[in-house]
Design a protein around this ligand. Structure first.
Ligand code: IYR
Length: 230
């Protein structure tokens, strides 16, 4: 394919050979089992230790998230990693203010009923206990250096996949995280100084579990409940 000029000075990529390691079926299945067992030990907890976590571990998880596939390879994500205690405190105060309204009457009754088994409420101590709070912003469109808008594609799907990679990387390093979605979360753009094309998608406290951290004793759906074979 010849390299040609397309819109906005973008260029087509040159194509290079795929680097791929072919494994035996036996090895593949063994690795699949090991990965499943490890991922099945991942649990969401609300109880975080204040123990510090080196920035390098967060960098590794963000770089892993950045390997996610994305619509038109536009990589429409920004990870804001917060360790500053004052910013975490502000974020917690603002999130709890929204959540007080949510739990105090704004949320429809069936939503509150759906959350009741998990025991969530407007108190979010994990937002200040956890040594890191990472906010994933979705770039709903791109902005060129000259401030011109560029359409981005499948940004929800792309950022959802990136968040999954991020959480898997944290889990592999022995860290825990919580996918928190303050409702609404428009306040995060101003609080964290992000541009107009970015929308906060999920807030993830990250750290070690607190001593005595607990999780609901829930089970995951069986394969035959989540898969259909044709
Ligand atoms: N944003 C609220 C409510 C909430 C909603 C869902 I869906 C959850 O899975 C958990 C909580 C909160 O963070 O408490």
């Amino acid at each position: 394919m010849t390299e040609r000029q397309i819109a906005d000075g973008l260029r087509t990529y040159p194509f290079v050979p795929l680097v791929h390691e072919r494994r035996t079926i036996e090895d593949s299945i063994a690795r699949g089992h090991a990965f499943l067992a490890d991922m099945n030990r991942r649990r969401t907890t609300r109880h975080f230790s204040t123990e510090p976590v080196p920035r390098e571990m967060i960098e590794l998880a963000i770089r892993t998230a950045g390997t996610a596939p994305s619509g038109a390879h536009q990589q429409p994500w920004t990870f804001v990693a917060i360790s500053d205690a004052t910013i975490k405190q502000r974020l917690r105060a603002a999130a709890e203010q929204e959540e007080r309204q949510f739990y105090g009457g704004k949320a429809p009754a069936d939503w509150i009923d759906a959350l009741a088994p998990l025991g969530t409420d407007e108190h979010k101590p994990h937002l200040t206990d956890a040594p890191w709070v990472v906010v994933l912003f979705r770039q709903s469109y791109g902005l060129t250096a000259e401030g011109k808008k560029r359409t981005f594609y499948y940004t929800d799907e792309s950022c959802g996949i990136a968040a999954g990679f991020f959480m898997a990387a944290l889990h592999r390093m022995g860290l825990v995280s919580l996918t928190h979605t303050p409702n609404p979360m428009g306040f995060l753009r101003d609080l964290l100084g992000r541009p107009v094309n970015e929308k906060a998608m999920v807030v993830m406290p990250v750290g070690y579990p607190a001593a005595g951290a607990s999780v609901p004793d829930l089970s995951r759906k069986d394969l035959d409940e989540i898969a259909v074979w044709l």
